[in-house]
Design a protein around this ligand. Structure first.
Ligand SMILES: Cc1cc2nc3c(=O)[nH]c(=O)nc-3n(C[C@H](O)[C@H](O)[C@H](O)COP(=O)(O)OP(=O)(O)OC[C@H]3O[C@@H](n4cnc5c(N)ncnc54)[C@H](O)[C@@H]3O)c2cc1C
Length: 431
């Protein structure tokens, strides 16, 4: 337990997004499920608000608070793999890099996000987008079961067969129902080499290149495609349109498939065969702790010329360190029925997000305003749902995130599993 005045307090209260600079009354670091139960009971008796902290990457700053308890799972990070049954078990404080490494040591993989120090817990409970999503699904699509401690200190297991109603809600709205102490995932065979990189074009060519992107996405539904509109620092801030991709179907096939973009005479081409684990930690440093960050996102109904032109126009005023990022869905993501779980938006062909990183607090207002205004302009082209892990604004209506019908179902689950709204530092489903 770390209290204000303790030599470690200032370090212990920091979370990934420097904007979330808060002062909890205490930080508790359990090492066992029983410790988690004791901490929850103590917080209940003392009427302390509880911020559950997995990897501390909540952009909204939900894993810290002023005056309450931070229940920090950083001492519960074990990941074990059962290679015979192709299963991994990760404790509630594990990082993606640990799951990646443990699975790859057996030639296996679980699809997760793109920055190694992100927490397995928050990413999974919200959905889990990543480089392998079109091939192997979202992280939640590979979730087999969750061990949870509820607000009254009970241990409960959720899976397709045990408490399936709760399991439905945990997959997309999972920060609302308890402390996940461990997760079980399905793993898939994958050798250690993938083909990954991107090609960079002047933004003036985005309509022409987008034509090829539409064709490619429709005909290669297991290949990850991530587009970005940004200003390229290596090209003296020139506005650019980037087509990034990760191909996990063998180097020869990848070379052949991705030639279509590489032959378009890009300004830069970073494609190549790379170790999977290296790719997975490639952004760890540039996405390091201590920066200020804002994001706003939504699902696109189509990658139309209108949307592409709009994004290309927006990049003229984009601040340094920011991008409009568009990830293709479809493939394994789109094959799961929308009502299979709380996660909403999987049938949209693309997710678009404004992502802004900066360091000076004096820039907060201007950066956040740019992100909000950009997404407001794109909003007419968006469809149902929002990825909850990209929702930063406090008080966002849950019906906007999950759609009305799913939101009502989640309210029912909240009434059943957390009627007093003990777990409320999240995109909250009010009971
Ligand atoms: C640098 C960076 C890269 C990212 N990349 C991706 C990406 O590639 N794909 C993607 O889908 N998302 C990505 N995200 C978004 C990320 O998934 C969310 O921010 C996620 O919430 C982070 O999880 P965490 O455990 O690190 O966060 P935390 O801040 O610890 O927690 C986030 C939320 O989950 C709750 N929570 C945490 N642990 C538990 C637990 N054990 N039990 C119950 N509730 C818990 C918290 O209370 C909080 O509400 C990224 C975010 C950052 C900052």
């Amino acid at each position: 337990m770390i209290l204000p005045g303790h030599p470690d307090y200032d370090q212990a209260r920091i979370v990934w997004n420097a904007i979330a600079d808060r002062r909890p009354a205490l930080v508790v670091r359990p090492t066992s499920v029983d410790d988690v139960i004791s901490a929850i009971q103590f917080a209940g008796e003392e009427q302390l608000v509880v911020a559950v902290r997995g990897g501390a990457h909540s952009v909204a700053g939900f894993s810290t608070c002023d005056g309450g308890m931070v229940l920090d799972l950083s001492r519960m990070r074990e990941v074990t793999v059962d290679p015979v049954n192709k299963r991994a078990r990760a404790q509630g404080g594990a990082h993606l890099s640990q799951l990646d490494k443990a699975a790859q040591s057996h030639g296996l993989v679980c699809p997760v996000g793109v920055v190694g120090h992100t927490g397995v817990a928050g990413l999974t409970l919200g959905g889990g987008m990543g480089r392998l999503q079109r091939k192997l699904g979202l992280t939640v699509d590979n979730l087999v079961g969750v061990d949870l401690v509820t607000a009254n200190g009970n241990k409960i297991h959720a899976s397709e067969t045990e408490n399936p109603d709760l399991f439905w809600g945990l997959r997309g709205a999972g920060a609302n129902f308890g402390v996940a102490t461990s997760f079980e995932f399905r793993l898939h065979p994958m050798d250690g080499t993938i083909f990954q990189g991107g090609v960079v074009f002047p933004v003036e060519r985005s309509l022409e290149v987008a034509e090829h992107v539409r064709e490619f996405v429709a005909t290669h539904d297991d290949v990850h495609v991530a587009l970005a509109f940004t200003k390229d620092e290596e090209l003296e801030g020139q506005p650019v349109f980037v087509v990034g991709s990760t191909h996990a179907g063998g180097v020869d096939d990848a070379e052949r498939d991705l030639r279509v973009f590489r032959e378009l005479r890009p300004l830069r081409d970073t494609f190549g065969a790379k170790p999977y684990l290296e790719v997975q930690r490639m952004a760890d440093e540039s996405s390091g702790w201590g920066q200020r960050f804002y994001t706003k996102a939504g699902f696109l109904a189509a990658l139309s010329d209108e949307v592409v032109s709009l994004c290309a126009g927006l990049v003229e005023t984009i601040p340094p360190g920011a991008e409009l990022s568009l990830w293709a869905q479809g493939g394994a993501v789109g094959r799961v029925p929308d009502d299979a779980m709380a996660y909403t938006g999987r049938h949209a062909p693309f997710n678009v997000s404004a992502e802004l990183a900066w360091t000076d607090a004096a820039d907060d207002e201007q950066r956040i305003a740019w992100g909000r205004a950009a997404i407001a302009k794109i909003k007419p082209f968006m469809t149902t749902g929002q990825y909850v892990n990209d929702v930063v604004e406090a008080g966002t209506d849950g019906a906007q995130i999950y759609g009305q019908a799913k939101y009502e179902r989640l309210v029912g689950l909240k009434r059943k599993y957390d009627p007093d709204n003990f777990f409320r530092l999240n995109q909250n489903i009010r009971p």
